[in-house]
Design a protein around this ligand. Structure first.
Ligand code: SF4
Ligand code: SF4
Length: 411
């Protein structure tokens, strides 16, 4: 019998769920009635009560009462949640500062879901197969990335840029997804930085930030990685560390200080915070404006928006790019629809992740935009996988492009 060490700490949150169901069927004046949970909504007629937060809380109540034991089957269910946090935004019992009730500080849903995942791991029912592979790759001394690629591949892109230093005020933390899967975006980032005269340092021995380990509840596998990465950053003498990945951003800025129980000796920023600074100082030399105006909408990555409250800066960046008309999707900022890739869903339940992204693409088209941009390689990768499965008629209505590539295309 599992000791439920982590879930027991969240018992108040679990039992304070009053079963209202807003986490499944919220009504908001701005957007009307719609389902809140991407997992529940995408499963449609096949969806069950336990797919969204109310049902999940009921299962957790039964686990805490000793009526349901932890099991592998339970783990298969627990990991079908992207940890997007949309349920927290509508829940009357959450930490939502806009909902003021005497009891409104009790449920941090993602924290609760992660507590269960930690207990499942400690009880030996998780990680699930694909997650286990990723953790193994992440720990392997020849890889240190969840893609199973050789460690040296992560820094191959730097060979084209001899101006990158070993030490400096600004350090770029590359993460794994962009250098291993979206290297053109990195080259575009360098095009922007060079045009603005910004010099950066990198570590040639950066390991995976550990986001996937944390999100699946295996924090122990990440402590060494956090220590190593902090030490590598320290060696560069950087005052500011920036990343172009929403997952790395959350992990470095929020999780590392908690894991290491100390403040970091540097500031962590997202690439959009660097870009807005350059734009405000007029450091980016845009080419002459083209006649065609792009209608651009922005997808809020969960790890940047709901998890870290960074909503406005990416929008400011987009609005300062010439030749763009910015359009909001119906569900934006705190109510943004998740891309479906987070929380380990992409690696273990790829079809589910892709179906959630298809809905986001349709919402972008409905907004009237012809470009959908975002500021996370994980989101753009999943959205593109979904796009590839959609019909040519839909594809011709919209293009998907990372915010870095969008800005670089105008220089
Ligand atoms: S975190 Fe997101 S995917 Fe998970 S239950 Fe809440 S709304 Fe659904
Ligand atoms: S909105 Fe909150 S209180 Fe209501 S059912 Fe969902 S988790 Fe429970």
């Amino acid at each position: 019998m599992s000791k439920l060490n982590h879930l027991k700490k969240e018992w108040k949150a679990v039992f304070s769920c009053m079963g209202c169901g807003d986490c499944g069927y919220a009504i908001r004046p701005a957007v009307g009635r719609y389902l809140t949970c991407p997992v529940k909504e995408v499963k449609g007629a096949e969806g069950f009560e336990i797919d969204f937060a109310r049902g999940r809380m009921n299962v957790l109540k039964s686990i805490l009462k000793g009526q349901i034991p932890l099991s592998r089957e339970l783990a298969e269910w627990a990991y079908q949640c992207s940890e997007c946090g949309n349920c927290t935004e509508v829940c009357h019992m959450s930490q939502n500062p806009y909902i003021i009730l005497p009891t409104s500080n009790w449920i941090d849903h993602v924290k609760v879901w992660e507590a269960l995942r930690k207990d499942l791991i400690e009880a030996g029912f998780a990680p699930l197969d694909r997650h286990e592979n990723l953790i193994d790759y992440m720990r392997d001394s020849k890889m240190k990335n969840p893609y199973g690629e050789d460690k040296t591949k992560k820094i191959e892109w730097t060979e084209e840029f001899p101006e990158i230093r070993e030490r400096g005020e600004f350090m770029f933390f590359g993460g794994c997804t962009i250098p291993l899967r979206q290297v053109d975006t990195l080259k575009n980032m360098m095009k922007i930085l060079n045009a603005a005269g910004i010099k950066i340092a990198i570590s040639k021995d950066e390991w995976c930030c550990g986001s996937i380990g944390l999100r699946i509840g295996d924090g122990n596998s990440v402590i060494d990685m956090a220590k190593h990465n902090v030490e590598e950053i320290r060696k560069t003498e950087a005052k500011i560390v920036f990343t172009a990945c929403a997952g790395c951003y959350r992990t470095l800025k929020k999780d590392y200080p908690e894991l290491l129980e100390e403040d970091l000796p540097f500031e962590v920023k997202h690439i959009t915070e660097i870009l807005i600074d350059m734009l405000n100082k007029n450091k980016i030399p845009f080419k002459a404006e083209e006649s065609e105006t792009l209608k651009v909408t922005y997808h809020d990555p969960c790890h940047l928006g709901r998890h870290m409250n960074l909503y406005e800066i990416p929008r400011e960046v987009i609005s300062k790019i010439p030749g763009i008309e910015f359009i909001e999707m119906k569900r934006n900022r705190k109510n943004a629809w998740c891309c479906g890739a987070g929380g380990g869903v992409k690696s273990q339940f790829a079809d589910l992740a892709v179906e959630i992204s298809k809905e986001r693409i349709m919402e972008a088209i409905e907004s009237g935009a012809n470009v959908l941009t975002t500021s996370c390689p994980f989101c753009i990768g999943n959205l593109k996988d979904a796009y590839e499965e959609m019909s040519p008629e839909i594809q011709q209505k919209i293009k998907l492009i990372d915010i870095i590539d969008l800005l670089a295309s105008k220089i």
